[in-house]
Design a protein around this ligand. Structure first.
Ligand SMILES: [Zn+2]
Length: 240
């Protein structure tokens, strides 16, 4: 039986692999950037061997390496983990200045009508201060993400124009993607960015796309041989 009109016209997130596989140290890319890009114009992730943070801005893939270098990613580059969505023609909402990440998250909470769904979020404008991190490429045998992230490099950017791209996922999806908010950042002049740890905004606008469907390309890599599966506290330590 066809039921029409029962589901809202919400969007789709497409992702390669799962956050649990990444936490486990599966850093070998199983999908090209070109393939990921067929499924969405905005998103985030990482690259082969965990070589830096990746952000997708309007169809262009960028790498922010641990040494701070920002590179455009080649279409044949491989990614072990990426998530993309089409943000589409959702209206751009001006936000008041936010003094920290917590205040920004609170404001975004009010723009999410349904905690059961996920959200793709793009925030553009001027940022007063933003603290990001990136991680260096890892050697085999790969350590788990908690160990790799211990080697992260921090960047403090001030008074920059740029773009935050990220997602909010419900807690129920913690083994698939990062629950709560997760943003990557890049400056307008493409000189810096990374995985966002703290942020205060000046004049920004937000586009928030509700997501009712998540499509996952499952990793070929066998499941964890570690004695215990990645835990929520491990995820928190790595991502926050
Ligand atoms: Zn990240």
């Amino acid at each position: 039986m066809m039921l029409s009109g029962c589901r809202p016209a919400a969007g789709v997130v497409y992702q390669n692999s799962t956050i649990d596989a990444l936490l486990d140290g599966n850093y070998d890319g199983e999908m090209t950037i070109a393939e990921v890009g067929r499924h969405g114009d905005w998103g985030l992730g990482t690259l082969q061997s965990l070589d830096g943070e990746m952000i997708v801005v309007n169809g262009t893939f960028w790498q922010i390496r641990a040494d701070g270098a920002v590179n455009r990613v080649a279409p044949d580059a491989l990614t072990p983990f990426a998530a993309v969505a089409d943000v589409g023609s959702v209206p751009s909402i001006p936000l008041q200045a936010m003094e920290n990440y917590q205040a920004l998250q609170k404001r975004l909470d009010a723009l999410r009508p349904n905690d059961g769904h996920a959200y793709a979020i793009v925030i553009e404008g001027t940022f007063e201060q933003i603290r990001t991190r990136s991680v260096p490429a890892q050697d085999r045998p790969y350590p788990p993400l908690s160990a790799a992230a211990a080697d992260q490099r921090l960047f403090d950017l001030r008074d920059v124009r740029g773009t935050l791209v990220g997602f909010w996922f419900p807690q129920s999806m913690q083994h698939v993607n990062v629950p709560g908010y997760h943003f990557h950042f890049i400056t307008d002049d493409r000189s810096g960015g990374g995985h966002v740890l703290e942020v205060s905004t000046k004049q920004v606008t937000a586009r928030v796309r509700e997501i009712s469907e998540v499509r996952i390309a499952l990793p070929r890599t066998p499941p964890s041989t570690r004695p215990s599966a990645p835990t929520a506290s491990e995820l928190n330590r790595v991502e926050r």
